[in-house]
Design a protein around this ligand. Sequence first.
Ligand code: PA5
Length: 443
Amino acid sequence: MLKLDSTLLKFNLPEVISGREGQLKGVLQDLEKRASDPNDWLGWLTLHNDQKTFSEIQNYADSVIESKKFENLIVLGIGGSALGPQALLQALHSPLWNELSSEKRNNALKVYFVDNVDPDWTHNLLTELNLEKSLFCVITKSGGTAETISAFLWALDNLKKKLGDNWKDNLVLITDPEKGTLRAFANKENIKSFSVPANVGGRFSVFSAVGLLPLALTGIKIEKFRLGLVKAYKDMLESKNNLNSNIAINLACALIYADQKLGKKINPLMPYSSHLGRISDWYVQLVAESLGKTPQIGITPIKAVGATDQHSQLQLFAEGPLDKIIFFLKVAEFKHEFKIPETIIEGFSDLAGETLNRLIEAQQKGTAQALAQKNVPSLTLELERINEENLAYLLFTFQLMTAIAGSLYGIDAFNQPGVELSKKYTYAFLGKKGYEEYLKDLK
Ligand code: PA5
């Protein structure tokens, strides 16, 4: 599933872990205990236990696909309500998925995201699609995020104009089971909806309906994610007596040691795979929003994709400030072998007859080695193959790493008060009622 190589870290990670043994065991026990507390934020640890919800989502998605009623899925969501499904869709589908014929897609839906409030981009996407053939999936845990709700209101208005009494058929909502305006609306209007469990926060929600429904509507069988989560949780429980075997603990301890003892506060995640590129975006949000909590505490995560960004950021990583700890992510076995043809062009003979598989592997290893020589610590995660089980295992591991790091730092990894404040000032700038005191601050 997933392996870790920490030999180029430049410090002894097993020693760091054994130095914190008692504390780490306590953290694992605490997380396990809190997972079943409906009033805590650890519900994501055991989402795999809710097999019923996985089946309900799959059955609904299958019935939508079989009906052949829709061609497009338009996901309206932002942050934790978009990045997870975006990462997994990119990992599992061809880059040309939206260009394929319905026959080649087995009638599964093309997928587009509205995750910003850019007027031109939103106009172009929403007005150019065939509304009748579009299913709008509105995802917002709080049920009131401005970016998402503004697009939702457009969809609502236009579906009503175009479809009359049938407007509800083209909507599916994912929100809190009880709280928020969107939940109240779904209940009142009896609109098809799924819930994000109350004890699962946005950036930890990828394996709730938030990620699962968009994936299932594009033809992915979501039970396989569940199996990956079952394994990840079991490994977590079993690691209590062998902390070194727990990859999340290794990652959390590496980050904290690099930050606190070596002053390395910048953490690029660099997958050597275009399919895994958006996992870096998801990771950036997870780490930034969870661990950036005081002027003293915070790791700055950075997105980088290999080999592409060897021609963009690598110079900085290699010879710029020595303030980084790099996490590489590589794929052990790609689905395809891509052969570079033989050629009679003499200057290209080094590459002729090679494979992209060997090239990308050598590039990752070469880059890690070159950075080590420049005293830049790195570690490498190796994903056995890109498939549903392994992706679930990987994302769960990053979530667990974040929760463990939060506990070790002694901060709340599950809130985002800084983000909330920006929302309030946004409404104040718009002159909305109830936000006058924020406007006073500004004056
Ligand atoms: O991690 C989080 O909680 C946030 O990033 C949210 O996902 C983001 O703000 C969107 O919130 P909501 O799902 O309530 O629309």
